[in-house]
Design a protein around this ligand. Structure first.
Ligand code: FES
Length: 131
C-alpha cells in the first residue's frame, strides 16, 4: 500500500482478550494502546530492551527505526516490538499480558494515624456537662 493512500486508522485486536483499539499509521502500537486504555508490557519505548516483544498473528507493520532489536528468525516467526511498530494493515496480536488500564486494580494508599491535637485535649478538659 502506498504511504499516501493509507487509511486514517487500522484496527488492532488483542488475543485472547478480544480487545480492540484503533491505531493511526504514524502511531506506534504501544502508544495507540495506551491512548485507548490498554497497557502492553514495555520499558524503553525505543526498540532496544525487548520488554514489549509480542507475536503478531495477522497484519503488517512498519518500524519507525531502522534496526529494531529482533533477529531475522524472530521476525519470520511473527515477533514484533510494538513500541516501535506502526500499523500498515489491521493487526492481531497474541498479547495475554496486556492489561486494561481502566479495570486495573487501584493502588491502596495507607495513611498514618493522625497525632492527637494538643489544643483539642486542653479544650476538652475544660468542657463541663451539666445535667
Ligand atoms: S519497550 Fe523496549 S523494546 Fe519495546
Amino acid at each position: 500500500m502506498d504511504e499516501t493512500t493509507l487509511p486514517q486508522a487500522f484496527r488492532v485486536t488483542l488475543l485472547p482478550q478480544q480487545w480492540t483499539f484503533d491505531a493511526s499509521p504514524d502511531q506506534t502500537l504501544l502508544l495507540a494502546g495506551l491512548a485507548a486504555g490498554i497497557r502492553l508490557p514495555h520499558s524503553c519505548r525505543n526498540g532496544t530492551c525487548r520488554a514489549c516483544i509480542t507475536q503478531m498473528t495477522a497484519g503488517d507493520i512498519q518500524y519507525r527505526i531502522e534496526w529494531p532489536g529482533l533477529s531475522r528468525e524472530e521476525k519470520q516467526e511473527g515477533w514484533i516490538l510494538p513500541c516501535v511498530a506502526q500499523p500498515r494493515s489491521d493487526i492481531t496480536l497474541d498479547a495475554p499480558a496486556a492489561t486494561h488500564i481502566v479495570n486495573a486494580p487501584r493502588p491502596v494508599v495507607l495513611q498514618a494515624p493522625r497525632p492527637p491535637d494538643p489544643m483539642a485535649s486542653d479544650r476538652d478538659a475544660d468542657v463541663r456537662v451539666s445535667t
